[in-house]
Structures are given as C-alpha cells and as structure tokens.
Design a protein around this ligand. Structure first.
Ligand SMILES: Cc1cc2nc3c(=O)[nH]c(=O)nc-3n(C[C@H](O)[C@H](O)[C@H](O)COP(=O)(O)OP(=O)(O)OC[C@H]3O[C@@H](n4cnc5c(N)ncnc54)[C@H](O)[C@@H]3O)c2cc1C
Ligand SMILES: *[C@@H]1O[C@H](CO)[C@@H](O)[C@H](O)[C@H]1NC(C)=O
Length: 427
C-alpha cells in the first residue's frame, strides 16, 4: 500500500531520526497508526547516539548545505517552546589549522547571516571566559574561530520531550529487539520479526537504526546483496569521558563555551558544564568494529553484540586519549581532576556524512532515515519533516538526490570523523 493518511507506520529506532519522524508523521497524518520500536523500555534508548547529557548545536559548518539546514534547526531551538528550554547559547570556539573558520564565515556571508562570529587569536581567547583557556595548547595556532551564539542542548531531555509530544498525538512506543525485516511473498517489506518471535505488520517500515542499520539489513536479507547497505552506512564510534567538577570548581566553569580542538595531537572537544557539574569530553578520532557476518558472509562494522554494546567497557588506550584532550584543552587548569566515567558511543556514518533519507530503491514499503554521521543530533527539530516529505513522495529534487540510498558520495559534511582504525586494536 502506498503511504497514506490512514496507513500504518513502523519506525525502528528511537534516536533523533526516528522520534522526529514519528512526531512529524503524527502532525501530517493524525489518523495514521504510528509505532516506534526500540530495544529499551525507555525512549530514547540509552544505547542510542541520540541519548546523551548534551550535544552541540551549531550552524558553523564548512559545508554550505548543512550550514543552511542547521540555521533552520537553530531557529526552532530558539523559538519553539517544545525545544527552547533545552537549548543554551554558550558560544563555541574552534581551534584548527585548515582554514575552517574562514570557510564558515564565507558561508554566513553568502547566506547574509550575521551571527557575530569572528576569527580571533590565542591572546584574545585567553582574555575571554574568565581566563579558563590560558593554559590551552596553542602550538601552531594562529586563528581561532569563535561564534558567540552557537551552543548546546540537553540531549536526552530534549528527545524525551518530543517522545511525550508524539505520545499525546497517538504515537505508540513499544519495546522490541528487531531481529529481521519481514517480507511478503513478492519481496515487499511488510513489517518486522522481533527476537522474541513477535511479528509486527505495517504498510510502511522506516529504519532509523543508526549504527545498527547494516547488521539488520544483513540479517534480514542474507541472500539478497541488492538489499544490503554495503558501505552506504557503517557503524563507527567515539569515546567520551565525564568529569564531575567539585562544588569549588563549578563557578569557574559557569560560562564555559563549547570548545573544539583539532590541532597538535589534541583532537577532541569539551562541552559546557551541565547543571549538575558534569564536563563531557569527546575524542574526535573514531573507530569501527568490523567482523565477518556469519549469515551474509560479508564484513560488517557493528556495535559489539552484548546487550549494553559494552558501551562502558573502555580500554586504557581510549581512556588515555580522553586525558590527552583534557590536558590539551585545559592544561593545568584541571590538573588532578579524574574522569568519573567513560562511554563508547556508536553512530551510523555515511562516506560523505550526508544523511540517508530515502525509500529503498529495491524493496517496496521500506524507507531509511538515518546516517547522522556524528553531526545529526542538532537537526532534531526539523529532520522528521524531511523524512515525511520523502515518504509522501514530495521531497524536493536536490534533497532527494543528496540523501538518496544510491548516490555519488560527493562533498563532505564532517570529514575528520571518518573511521580509520578498529576497536580491537585499541586495547
Ligand atoms: C559521542 C557522540 C557525540 C556526538 N555529538 C554530536 C553533537 O554534538 N551534535 C550533533 O549534532 N551530533 C552529534 N553526534 C551525532 C548524533 O548523535 C547522531 O548522528 C544522531 O544521534 C543519530 O541519530 P539516529 O536516530 O540515526 O541513531 P541513534 O540515535 O543511534 O538511534 C538508533 C536507534 O536504533 C535502535 N536500533 C538499532 N537496531 C535495532 C534493532 N535491530 N531493533 C531495535 N532497535 C534497534 C538503537 O537501539 C537506537 O536506539 C554525536 C554522536 C556521538 C556518538
Ligand atoms: C506484497 O506487498 C505488496 C505491497 O503492499 C503488494 O503489492 C503485493 O501484492 C504483496 N504480495 C503478496 C504476495 O501478498
């Protein structure tokens, strides 16, 4: 059945892509039956990339397309009461030597946007933020990008608010580990089979499965290579570390910005302190977990198979990388502070970091909406609108081509995060 106002929709995955799609579907088709499935009993699922203390919200992209798209999202972050209480404009600093800051400024100029962003030098930065970055590693740094209106959002809380708004509009949330897609005799997608044997039928099935996408397709259609993802979307991860600041330390961090450092072996970022004194560091060097899939006999990168994906089992090498970012960004400022916890966080990445928002060209009634590629979270307020347009067949031509399942992987939206190493080597 073609998508329709009274049809049934099954969305697999409760990250930003799945939840925003459910919400926009419920707005466009109030009489439709819309169900979101995930492996957890809470939504969003704690294993999702979308589940986190905080995420960066910025329109500061070197890529003009995502700069414009993020400005659209930012407007809702600022003004829509569904999102605005979770959004904080702390400012953002980006230290790099590829001229990224200049490319960002050029994009704003071309769009006639004036966020007040500028290029500053290390001495100017040391005078900002109460001198918090006096001892930062500035080796080889001449130009620093600073945008006072970029910031961050309380990630899990914001997604939960959209879950609640969707529930009010009739969307159902069901705990289920999807084992396979379910095809009818003509090979059209008719729903899913769950690990506990349940079969759920729907007119349209939407995969918003992030890092789990390649594996689910492989398990569903092991003898049908034409249905599988190949290198269109693979699982990659980065490590994050949390420092709980003492009550004495907290006042100094009250106005700290998002800080991205991409030089002198310090590749990572730190987010502003949360209300309960947590500082989240992230190492911006990703990795895969490639294994031979028994059924389909292809090599697929997927999160570890344990129920919690071993997300808190972090090796000494990765812990050391977090410490390196800590020292590079704060120098002696945080000397003596210890990480409280670590997490390995998996996302679905595409070769050019463009999302996938597409029908599956070789399977009727199957849609894919994922591939956030380590920059997708900030689009929570708008991304579902584009997914619903795609399903309804009225996605603008340029977007349809950019986000297609089959496409030329041209350009790049977040190139530095492409995985070049394997989890098994990071012992
Ligand atoms: C550490 C880290 C930091 C990031 N920082 C930022 C940032 O600052 N700003 C930004 O904009 N973006 C950021 N990103 C990127 C962003 O978080 C992701 O691109 C985005 O959240 C992906 O959303 P998604 O809905 O595609 O996937 P997810 O949020 O991962 O959701 C996928 C869901 O599908 C479920 N699923 C998968 N397979 C199955 C199955 N077989 N059965 C049932 N359920 C299944 C999973 O359980 C999961 O809940 C970051 C990513 C990471 C990892
Ligand atoms: C399978 O589903 C498609 C799409 O809904 C439909 O056109 C087709 O008739 C179905 N095939 C069978 C054998 O039920």
């Amino acid at each position: 059945m073609p998508p329709s106002a009274k049809g049934s929709y099954l969305i697999i995955g409760s990250g930003v892509f799945g939840i925003s799609t459910a919400y926009y579907l419920s707005l466009k088709y109030p009489e439709a039956s819309i169900t979101v499935l995930d492996r957890s009993i809470e939504f969003p699922c704690p294993l999702a990339a979308s589940h986190d203390f905080n995420k960066i919200v910025r329109a500061d992209y070197g890529n003009p397309f995502y700069c414009k798209l993020a400005l659209e999202a930012r407007k809702l972050w600022k003004t829509d009461p569904l999102y605005s209480s979770f959004y904080h404009e702390s400012g953002m600093v980006n230290v790099d030597d590829t001229g990224l800051g200049r490319r960002i400024l050029k994009n704003y100029e071309d769009l006639d946007e004036h966020p007040g962003a500028s290029i500053i030098n290390p001495d100017e930065l040391k005078l900002k933020f109460d001198g918090l970055f006096t001892d930062t590693n500035y080796e080889g740094v001449d130009e620093i990008f600073y945008n006072p209106v970029s910031g961050w959002a309380e990630a899990t809380a914001a997604v939960k608010a959209v879950v609640e708004a969707s529930t009010v509009r009739g969307v159902k949330f069901v705990s289920a580990n999807v084992e396979q897609l379910y095809f009818n005799e003509s090979g059209s997608c008719a729903g899913v089979k769950c690990a506990d044997g349940r079969i759920m039928i729907a007119d349209s099935t939407i995969l918003s499965t992030g890092a789990g996408t390649a594996k689910l397709l492989a398990r569903s259609a092991s003898n049908h290579p034409e249905l599988q993802s190949g290198d269109r979307v693979t699982a990659a991860a980065v490590v994050t570390g949390i420092i709980r600041l003492s009550l004495e330390q907290r006042p100094r961090f009250k106005n700290s910005p998002v800080f991205i450092h991409s030089m002198a072996g310090v590749l990572g970022e730190v987010l502003p302190m949360t209300a309960d004194g947590l500082l989240k560091f992230c190492v911006d060097v990703s990795f895969k977990n490639s294994l031979q899939d028994e059924l389909s006999r292809q090599v697929i990168s997927a999160p570890p198979d344990m129920t919690d994906q071993n997300q808190h089992k972090v090796s000494e090498t990765l812990k050391e990388e977090c410490s390196r970012v800590l020292k590079g960004v704060f120098g002696t400022e945080l000397a003596g502070s210890q990480f409280d916890s670590f997490r390995i966080c998996w996302d679905g990445i595409t070769p050019n970091q463009d999302f996938i928002i597409s029908s599956h060209p070789r399977c009727q009634n199957l849609y894919i909406a994922t591939g956030g590629s380590f920059h997708g979270w900030k689009f929570l307020p708008i991304i579902g609108k584009y997914v619903v347009s795609m399903i309804s067949g009225d996605l603008e031509d340029g977007l349809r081509k950019r986000w297609a399942w089959d496409r030329d992987q041209q350009g790049s939206a977040h190139q530095k995060i492409i995985p070049k190493r394997e989890l098994c080597d990071l012992v």
